[in-house]
Design a protein around this ligand. Structure first.
Ligand SMILES: Nc1ncnc2c1ncn2[C@@H]1O[C@H](COP(=O)(O)OP(=O)(O)OP(=O)(O)O)[C@@H](O)[C@H]1O
Ligand SMILES: [Mg+2]
Length: 241
């Protein structure tokens, strides 16, 4: 099986040093590490949102690091989904309008009806039916983050990038958002997720441990393992977490 994402010797001035890893199709991969260790920088550089100094990122058959900024932006719009802690929704627009926006951007105004239908289907799947016309400030944090996940899926990406997707949420909402991401992953979505929450990380297939901009270790988790949260906590403790 070929990786969805191949990262080789990625460097970013004094923040990231020779980062190399693969993300396999359908894998749910977490990045953990102390604050300031470079997790967000790793995510941004991997997705081409930041200009790495050296190294290569390959998304399927495309060498992302060799593309112009315009090409990268197009590829992000069409092939990548993003979910951030700060949800970056547009106030004054409804949930549905926020979700539809990148769809129209990628596919053109003439596809509006089709994009809208897709937005409604996604909202239904993610438990947001009936909230289509709510303004972003009229829903809970968990609902808003699930709307952001809908938005990230509107163009059928091949990979999702998530930076602390549950970071701004209370425990209950965090669990709902994580349930949603795990569900998507079980349907085949490849996900790279930064988190500092061991409970969240314990639901992933593998965890990379980043420290001082280097991948120091990784932990594989079995989906059937009942003790995975304990394993993650023990492993983190050994890393000096
Ligand atoms: N645009 C930038 N210019 C210069 N330095 C930066 C920039 N962005 C981040 N840094 C620095 O790079 C280092 C890594 O930052 P990064 O945000 O990737 O860490 P992080 O692991 O995501 O931390 P946190 O857990 O707090 O989100 C930090 O020392 C930070 O101050
Ligand atoms: Mg960060």
């Amino acid at each position: 099986m070929k990786p969805v994402l191949q990262v080789r010797d990625l460097c970013r001035n004094r923040i990231l040093h020779n980062i190399s890893f693969d993300l396999m199709p359908g894998e749910l991969l977490a990045v953990m590490g102390p604050s300031g260790s470079g997790k967000s920088t790793l995510l941004y550089n991997t997705a081409g949102l930041d200009q790495a100094d050296a190294g290569e990122v390959r998304l399927q058959d495309t060498v992302l690091t060799a593309l112009s900024d315009d090409h990268k932006a197009r590829l992000r719009l069409e092939k990548m989904g993003f979910v951030f802690q700060q949800m970056n929704t547009i106030p004054g627009l409804s949930l549905e309008e926020n979700i539809v926006l990148p769809g129209i951007q990628a596919q053109g105004k003439r596809q509006k009806a089709k994009v809208k239908e897709k937005a409604r289907r996604l909202m239904k799947e993610l438990g947001l039916e009936g909230l289509e016309n709510r303004q972003v400030q009229q829903v809970s944090g968990g609902q808003l983050q699930r709307a952001c996940i809908c938005r990230s899926l509107i163009n059928d990406p091949v990979i999702l990038f998530a930076d602390e997707p549950t970071g701004a949420l209370n425990r209950q909402a965090a669990q709902e958002v994580m349930d949603t991401l795990v569900n998507l992953n079980r349907q085949g979505m490849s996900i790279l997720m930064v988190t500092h929450d061991s409970k969240t990380a314990s639901r992933c297939d593998r965890i990379l441990y980043l420290q001082d901009g280097e991948i120091k270790d990784q932990l594989y988790l079995e989906r059937a393992d009942a003790d995975r949260e304990q394993r993650v906590n023990d492993w983190l403790m050994q890393r000096g977490w």
